[in-house]
Design a protein. Structure first.
Length: 178
């Protein structure tokens, strides 16, 4: 019997589907990059609001609109991530996203150079932090370490990144570049 009668997809159909996925991913990635660039250039005022919301308000930036748009964007992207995770796993669970997800997210942004004290950071440095923290996590997994040791090592790397960031901030303040 042929593949068509058994219902198996033809190779050209698989390639067409992957081509569509690549186009969708490229389009979504381009839209997110354009938005991040717009935010980064200050058109939306998110960086001034994060640094000092009172100064941003006095400069004429609508602080409540920036907060609202930031929370809506974060919630929308979190929902999209949840839908993609459920689609990938073909199931949904309340336990999905627990464990070290929050620790890895915070560690990745701090390792990337985003200041916990506000006012510093970029999307590109966060991506660099994601690459570093994922490399650490993959290496620890390949070493077959227990999850408690992985948590401790990731926490130690995060603590070192926070200490280095704090020392750099103190240095900038003492030299008048804060």
């Amino acid at each position: 019997m042929s593949n068509e009668t058994q219902g198996a997809p033809q190779p050209s159909t698989l390639l067409d589907r992957s081509d569509v996925r690549v186009k969708h991913a490229t389009g979504i990635g381009g839209a997110v990059a354009a938005f991040v660039e717009r935010v980064r250039s200050g058109d939306l005022g998110s960086l001034p609001v994060g640094g000092n919301h009172e100064a941003a308000r006095r400069a004429g930036i609508n602080v409540s609109a920036i907060y609202t748009s930031a929370f809506v964007l974060c919630a929308s992207l979190a929902a999209l991530g949840g839908v993609l995770t459920a689609a990938r796993l073909a199931s949904a669970s309340t336990q999905a996203g627990t464990g070290d997800v929050n620790l890895n997210a915070i560690a990745a942004t701090v390792i990337g150079g985003t200041s916990l004290f506000g006012g510093r950071g970029s999307a590109y440095s966060a991506v660099l932090g994601i690459i570093v923290i994922q490399s650490i996590a993959s290496g620890l997994t390949l070493l077959n370490l227990s999850s408690s040791l992985r948590f401790m090592i990731t926490g130690a790397v995060l603590a070192i990144a926070v200490i280095v960031g704090s020392l750099a901030r103190q240095s900038r303040i003492s030299h008048g570049r804060a």
